[in-house]
Design a protein around this ligand. Structure first.
Ligand SMILES: Nc1ncnc2c1ncn2[C@@H]1O[C@H](COP(=O)(O)OP(=O)(O)O)[C@@H](O)[C@H]1O
Ligand SMILES: [Mg+2]
Length: 280
């Protein structure tokens, strides 16, 4: 059964259009990976679904109810939760206070005890100020905060960003427990192989448009990488079939090239230091 449907979505910032006719659906319990270069519009799509941005055109329905015109807190009460890029915790509140911030009144499996069972590292730091936690601990608090709302739809925006690979491995080992709770997940992840391994289906966004979609297990990885870069389909090569998973770099802007007005420029992405801590 379809839980979330996005149809013909246009969205952007003032007069800058970032999304063009984006459509997708999420079935109950399904995880869909959203792949795309820096600036492709992934965060814009998640924020528009969550209600932080109003769509310019198009429909967003949750369980058949049109929610496109509803404010974010109303959407949260209906079961949409976001783990935003950069976590956005309240640094002076404790870990537990951050987790208890969303007061959606929704019941479900994610009690505080269940969240502490999922993230023992957060339980151990529950009374510590969020601003003093490590990057990995802060990310765990951000995920716990979203789950505390007992969402129907969980939007996860680059939870791996800036964390050490071992910390990221820890999160991905926990993901099946979150998936088994029945929530559907829209997962933004820069690492294509990780994204495909963790999802049922995948979508590739290029400059605000869906340019490829399919079952994660059956997607042609070469075509996906070409779609990611906006390049014509690359010939199949055994190296890319069997070699290590590439994490495509952000699309480069040619140095010194003038940028015409209105032309999109991928924002420079700061790379925070890797966090050495591993979830326990
Ligand atoms: N607050 C903003 N104001 C204006 N343009 C923005 C803003 N946030 C993002 N953009 C632009 O929208 C486009 C999509 O950005 P974003 O959704 O953040 O991409 P992604 O998450 O895929 O990296 C980019 O061209 C970006 O520069
Ligand atoms: Mg983003």
């Amino acid at each position: 059964m379809t839980t979330l449907t996005v149809a013909g979505l246009d969205a952007g910032y003032r007069d800058f259009q970032a999304l063009f006719g984006v459509s997708l659906d999420l079935a109950e319990g399904e995880t869909v990976a959203l792949i795309g270069a820096n600036g492709a519009g992934k965060s814009t799509l998640l924020m528009t679904i969550a209600g932080a941005l109003r769509p310019w055109r198009g429909r967003i329905t949750l369980d058949g109810l049109d929610i496109a015109g509803l404010p974010d807190h109303h959407r949260a009460r209906l079961g949409i939760a976001i783990v935003p890029e950069g976590r956005r915790l309240f640094p002076s509140l404790t870990a537990e206070e951050n987790i208890l911030v969303p007061t959606t009144g929704r019941g479900g499996p994610w009690s505080l005890d269940a969240l502490y069972d999922l993230f023992p590292m957060v339980a151990a730091r529950r009374s510590h100020r969020a601003g003093l936690l490590s990057g990995g601990e802060q990310q765990a608090v951000a995920i716990a905060r979203a789950l505390a709302a007992n969402p129907r739809v969980l939007l996860m925006d680059e939870v791996s960003l800036g964390l050490a690979p071992a910390v990221v491995d820890g999160f991905y080992r926990l993901l099946p427990r979150i998936q088994q709770s029945g929530v559907c997940i829209l997962l933004v992840e820069q690492d294509i192989d990780r994204a495909l391994a963790a999802s049922d289906r995948a979508l590739c966004l290029l400059e605000g448009r869906v340019v490829m979609a399919g079952d994660s297990a059956g997607l042609d990885r070469d075509r996906l990488i070409s779609a990611y870069f906006g390049a014509p389909s690359a010939p199949r090569s055994s190296a890319t079939k069997t070699g290590p998973a590439p994490v495509p770099p952000d699309k480069p802007v040619p140095p010194g090239k003038p940028v015409p007005p209105g032309k999109r420029v991928p924002p420079a992405r700061p790379v925070p230091p890797a966090d050495p801590e591993v979830p326990r």
